[in-house]
Design a protein around this ligand. Structure first.
Ligand code: AMP
Ligand code: MG
Length: 349
């Protein structure tokens, strides 16, 4: 299959391109498009055959459910059987935006979209290109991250092309995404609602609105035997090809330990990548050092994370050492993704 790549500008969408994308989706095809979180791989969520193609293109395990993207609040009732009052309060504040909520599903949603579950995950993105494509494609678009399963999520159209060229009908290139990590997932079928995946809409933000919010401890305690409640969270995800270790502790000691380990590996003939910050990059003495951003601005760090992991893949490094980041706020989403990429390999100094 030849994959068409079409460039669009958010401020001035090319309607012919959006219409073409909509036709592909309505005919059961696959279109990758930018959202504010990461690039999504879209298919008609109400067509089990179309949703099935997503699993094939990504190499995604079939028990890993898809998020259904909508653009209008009134479209929710067709796919969600029960919408608790708190969900309406949250939607009022954070939709459109980087938040997914889980509800009991209606019969309109095929099990092929929900990985066999009786619940459905729903998000209303804010990105103008995403909204136009979803609306043109019929209003209910399943769109997981547009990467090969197990690789870092795509934050540019180039990343999508690396993984999916030749496997999907179209890629819409809207430039780099804003946020760079996937949406927060909030399960509204339990009381109190539970965060299954941390993202840009934080626990603190949700609690301010509705009171107590629980967290799936499995994403911080992988060794505890707790099974993650979002099926997708159990897979080793977002992984670069090199072995990644996260180094935690006092910053001076972290830098010293990374320098020591990098020197040792390089002396042994390996290629080493280092993920530092603007505050520390000048203190690394060897290896391929990249700054992920300044610690003053966690949003930039989140936006750069997946891109840096892909760059290290391209540079074919054998080992990557990364500084760690404080939990809380956006830091929780950054650490969740970084630890998953590292297969939870953490070095304490
Ligand atoms: P992605 O679309 O690639 O960001 O992945 C979607 C994530 O949402 C995966 O971790 C899924 O396991 C999770 N998810 C989707 N639907 C459900 C659901 N009904 N219940 C729990 N988790 C879900
Ligand atoms: Mg994904």
């Amino acid at each position: 299959m030849r994959t068409k790549i079409k460039r669009v500008k958010k401020q001035q969408l090319d309607h012919a391109i959006i219409k073409e994308a909509g036709e592909i989706l309505k005919n059961g095809g696959l279109v990758a498009f930018p959202t504010e979180t990461v690039y999504g791989l879209g298919a008609d969520a109400l067509n089990a055959g179309a949703a099935g193609k997503i699993y094939a293109a990504k190499g995604r395990p079939s028990d890993n459910p898809l998020i259904v993207h909508i653009t209008e609040m009134e479209d929710l009732k067709k796919i969600a059987a029960v919408v608790p009052r708190e969900a309406l309060v949250i939607a009022d504040r954070y939709w459109p935006g980087p938040l997914t909520m889980i509800f009991e599903k209606t019969d309109a949603v095929p099990y092929g979209t929900t990985g066999g579950l009786d619940t459905v995950a729903v998000r209303m993105p804010s990105d103008e290109t995403a909204r136009a494509v979803i609306a043109a494609g019929g209003g209910y678009i399943a769109a997981p991250s547009a990467n090969t399963s197990g690789r870092p999520s795509p934050t540019t159209a180039g990343h999508v092309e690396e993984d999916l060229a030749g496997k999907i009908e179209m890629i819409i290139d809207g430039g780099p995404v804003d946020i760079g990590v996937e949406s927060t997932i909030l399960d509204m079928t339990v009381a109190p609602p539970m965060i299954l995946r941390p993202g840009a809409v934080t626990k603190e933000m949700l609690e301010e609105l509705i009171g107590e919010v629980a967290e799936d401890r499995a994403f911080y305690e992988p060794g505890s035997g707790v099974k993650p409640k979002a099926p997708g969270m159990k897979y080793r995800h977002y992984a670069p090809r090199a072995g990644l270790s996260v180094v935690e502790g006092d910053m001076n000691q972290v830098v010293a330990e990374i320098n020591r380990m990098a020197e040792e590996k390089i002396a042994g003939g390996s290629k080493v990548g280092i993920i530092g910050t603007q505050e520390t990059v000048d203190r690394y003495t060897c290896g391929d050092v990249k700054s992920i951003g300044t610690r003053e601005d966690e949003a930039t760090i989140a936006a750069h994370l997946y891109g840096i992991l892909r760059e290290f893949d391209q540079d074919q490094v054998d080992y990557i050492y990364s500084e760690s980041f404080a939990a809380g706020g956006m830091g929780s989403a950054i650490m969740n993704r970084l630890l998953k990429a590292a297969g939870h390999h953490v070095i304490n100094v």
